[in-house]
Write a protein that binds this ligand. Structure first.
Ligand SMILES: [Zn+2]
Length: 77
């Protein structure tokens, strides 16, 4: 997770807000799907830039996914 230069806009299609975080596409692509978010031109990108609101959405999804994995494998896995 990295800091983002000023003037970089969010990578989500239809969003023109300023990005505050950059994440690897690999890590969050599933969360983007779950949240129904699409990227502007994801084929070119390995990193995704997210505005504050979209970052929160993705983070929430990543967290719920971690919970599910914990349930699946139990506390000793
Ligand atoms: Zn956004």
């Amino acid at each position: 997770m990295g800091k983002v230069k000023k003037g970089v806009t969010c990578s989500i299609a239809g969003c023109e807000k300023e990005a505050v975080k950059s994440l690897s596409l690999k890590r969050i692509s599933k969360s983007l799907n779950n949240a129904g978010l699409k990227l502007k031109d994801y084929k070119k990108k390995r990193r995704v830039y997210l505005c504050d609101a979209h970052y929160k959405t993705v983070k929430k999804d990543l967290r719920s996914e971690a919970k599910i994995e914990k349930m699946r494998y139990g506390p000793f896995g």
